[in-house]
Ligand binder design. Structure first.
Ligand code: PMP
Length: 294
């Protein structure tokens, strides 16, 4: 992720990433009380462009509010700092990880009075690769939205993602697909889920999922192409009637799904709506296609 030359932004300064450290009494380290974002910068004809930086930083602010963690940097300043971190590292195609954490020594369970801000960058290929994935329904559910603010991108929520993903891989699958507390399909450990049937797309509604910025983008791209998208609850059993499926996320981008447990989707990703939209997504993020929708 970093070499001796890599620079990160930490609390007002650009420092060698290797020296951007956090104390062992940090509240965030003990309790997972931190929020983060994941965004990507792409090389475009107009130079490096962070795709939907504002939407990501607005979600970062939303996540901080949801857990009562202060964040004093406005969206525009965070965006500017992100470009500066990229530039100082000479990166165009890169993944950007802003992290707001409670770094002060504090072992209490009171919301922190101050926070720290890290912006780290690294080069990262498509997080889940580019081959269609074999998913399995996880025995772990997504966290109950009445127990934690699940629409916020909170560090501690990712324990659920890690245990689910590790368990799925332990059974020989590529990735997990998690249900919500009512037994409906929710999302992957780090990506949203869509399926195709009868020329239309279906995806779980907000409530037990992270409202993915890539998910929104795919919905906009589909609707701009005249493809109907329905946000609705569905069970894993209903996937038997699906013709194809895919997942979306900043790190994963748009990735095909070959199967969910014993249900194999008949249409190859390349011939599916998801496959077509993946090409448009790539054109959009690399500046070859003019923006659509939100
Ligand atoms: N769900 C979860 C649990 C995630 O971690 C992510 C990645 N941020 C997503 C969905 C996709 O969100 P986005 O498209 O905003 O990256």
């Amino acid at each position: 992720y970093y070499s001796p030359d890599t620079v990160a932004f930490l609390d007002g300064a650009f420092v060698p990433a290797a020296q951007a450290t956090c104390g062992v009494y940090a509240q965030s380290l003990h309790y997972g009380y931190a929020v983060f974002e994941g965004m990507r910068s792409y090389r475009t004809p107009a130079g490096p462009r962070i795709f939907k930086a504002e939407a990501h930083y607005e979600r970062l602010h939303y996540s901080c509010r949801a857990i009562g963690l202060p964040l004093t940097y406005p969206v525009a300043e965070l965006t500017r700092l992100s470009y500066e971190v990229l530039e100082r590292n000479g990166l165009q195609d890169a993944y950007i990880r802003p992290l707001v954490f409670a770094g002060a020594p504090n072992m209490s369970l009171q919301a922190a009075a101050t926070s720290n801000v890290l912006i780290a960058v690294w080069e990262w290929g498509k997080y889940l690769g580019d081959q269609s994935l074999r998913l399995t329904i996880s025995p772990y559910e997504r966290p109950n939205p009445r127990a934690v603010p699940i629409e916020a991108k909170v560090a501690g929520h990712y324990v659920n993602s890690i245990v689910a993903s590790t368990e799925a891989k332990g059974r020989g699958f590529d990735e997990a697909l998690l249900l919500d507390m009512n037994g409906f399909v929710a999302e992957g450990p780090g990506a949203n889920f869509f399926f195709e049937r009868g020329g239309e797309l279906f995806t779980p509604p907000a409530g037990s999922i992270l409202r993915g910025i890539t998910r929104n983008t795919l919905i906009d791209l589909a609707r701009a192409a005249g493809i109907r998208v329905t946000e609705t609850f569905f069970t894993a059993t209903e996937l038997r009637t699906a013709e194809a499926a895919f997942m979306t996320g900043t790190a994963a981008e748009v990735i095909g799904i070959a199967s969910v447990d014993e249900v194999v989707f008949p249409r190859p990703f390349a011939d599916s709506i998801g496959g077509q939209l993946a090409e448009r997504y790539h054109a959009l993020v690399t500046g070859q296609l003019v923006a659509v929708g939100s």
